[in-house]
Design a binder for this molecule. Structure first.
Ligand SMILES: [Fe+2]
Length: 179
């Protein structure tokens, strides 16, 4: 369930208001409930998953991938599983917690856990978007943003790609206004 935290600390969880604010930046946010069957829930609650378990979990949301293949031309997807014991976690997170953009869309379907995107508005203002299970987000190419984990270091998200080569961060040197 998405939540916006403004730079003055005010918050909203009103989904339509959040969608509207994101739409002004070209960002799409959909509410896609995470799979709810007993086996899917068991996988979603595990801290770490084997490659076979990741494939099994991706199978529960295969319908979403097929729709995105048809409508948006995505060709590949994988499941990223982050938790507090991932080796090199701090270095991995440090690549994405500075303001950057990509030359391809950044598309994430959060199925468990949570994290925070930061976005930069046309007037230079910044805000945070908390994403958690059931949030599908498409951050378009060239949109300035960052991503960070806060108190919880756990998130499971499906990543969809048209072309993985376009997906390195390009840093803009803009300073974050939200600590
Ligand atoms: Fe990014």
């Amino acid at each position: 369930m998405a939540r916006i935290i403004a730079s003055d600390g005010t918050e909203t969880t009103d989904f339509e208001r959040i969608q509207g604010r994101l739409a002004r930046l070209g960002i799409a946010l959909n509410a896609w409930p995470a799979p709810g069957g007993a086996r899917a829930r068991a996988l979603l609650e595990k801290k770490a998953l084997s490659d076979a378990e990741k494939e099994e979990l991706l199978g529960f949301v295969q319908n979403r991938f097929e729709e995105l293949q048809r409508t948006k031309g995505y060709t590949t997807r994988d499941l990223i599983v982050i938790h507090e014991d991932v080796p090199g976690l701090a270095d991995m997170l440090a690549k994405f917690d500075k303001v950057h953009f990509h030359t391809d869309d950044e598309v994430r379907y959060i199925v468990a856990g949570r994290g925070f995107f930061g976005f930069v508005e046309p007037d230079g203002g910044q805000f945070l978007l908390e994403v958690s299970a059931g949030d599908y987000i498409n951050v378009p190419a060239n949109a300035e943003h960052w991503f960070e984990m806060r108190d919880s270091k756990r998130i499971k998200a499906v990543r969809y790609f048209i072309d993985t080569s376009g997906w390195a961060p390009v840093y803009t040197e803009r300073q974050r206004a939200i600590a």
